[in-house]
Design a binder for this molecule. Structure first.
Ligand code: PEP
Length: 273
């Protein structure tokens, strides 16, 4: 049986100026490069760094120029709902081509701070896919005390609203799947709280999404207060067997040591090339 691809994404948000993002990318590429080499360069591990918009080009150039063997790629944290044109301050998905192969869409901080509705999220999905890039669709409940079933129902509805809006914007579910779509389950209450969801919750949401979309192979990541200490749980054999496909890491990705420790945990469940 072909092993599932494991994906680890670092989301640096707006924490660092571009010069510090380049320095962090360098430190990560050095630490992670050594670990990847020691592990036989697993073919089923994908690592992406998502710097701020200003850091995208310098970080992508650094990784390509100086650390091509590390295989670390760049993801964008967002893309515009608009195409190229007279849209001051926007970054159209088309302009990310050749820089970032993947784009986060619908992160809860964008939904909360920029009033991104499901309609906007669906429109952005369509733009990203039309540009030939892979969206990382962020979904998550803000129900800290709910039962697991309520969370699953909430996230299924959020996903279906984003898919329906993408369809209205001209992007079918089939096109979304063909683009390399990844879903990141990021409960709002877990992000930045130091209090990650349990494995049981994340697994239930992942399988609830796959069932609703009738797509067993849909990659689902978890994000929300993951750190080096909890990485072993997230990459335990049970989590991988039951279909968690990796992590989206915020705060802990701002330290090369902590992020490298998470990558080393991922390496325990990957296979040499
Ligand atoms: C995030 O916001 O995408 C995230 C995962 O943040 P943190 O790890 O800091 O909770």
């Amino acid at each position: 049986m072909k092993s599932r691809q494991i994906t680890v994404i670092a989301n640096w948000k707006a924490n660092l100026p571009p010069s510090e993002e380049v320095a962090l990318a360098k430190a990560i590429a050095q630490e992670v490069g050594g670990a990847l080499q020691a592990a036989g360069r697993p073919a089923n591990l994908r690592l992406l760094l998502a710097p701020s918009a200003l850091g995208l080009v310098p970080v992508a150039s650094l990784l390509r120029r100086e650390y091509p063997e590390a295989g670390v790629e760049v993801a964008a944290q967002d893309a515009s709902l608009n195409s190229a044109g007279a849209f001051t301050g926007e970054i159209p998905a088309d302009h990310l081509v050749g820089i970032a192969p993947a784009v986060l869409v619908g992160h809860s901080e964008r939904r909360r701070d920029h009033a991104e509705t499901d309609e906007v999220v669906g429109g952005k999905l369509a733009r990203v896919v039309a540009a030939g890039l892979a969206p990382v669709l962020c979904l998550g409940d803000d129900l800290p005390n709910a039962e697991i079933t309520a969370r699953v129902t909430y996230v299924q509805a959020q996903c279906s609203a984003a898919f329906a809006a993408a369809e209205r914007a001209g992007c079918s579910a089939a096109q979304l799947f063909a683009s390399g779509l990844v879903i990141a389950y990021e409960p709002v209450w877990a992000i930045g709280s130091g209090n990650p969801a349990s494995l049981a919750v994340a697994e239930a949401v992942a399988s609830g999404l796959r069932n609703a979309l009738n797509r067993e192979e849909l990659p689902v990541l978890y994000g929300g207060s993951v750190d080096a200490a909890s990485a072993a749980t997230w990459f335990g054999t049970r989590a991988v067997r039951t279909g968690l496909d990796g992590l989206l890491v915020g705060g802990a990705s701002l330290s090369a040591d902590r992020f490298a420790a998470i990558v080393r945990a991922a390496l325990t469940v990957t296979e040499p090339a």
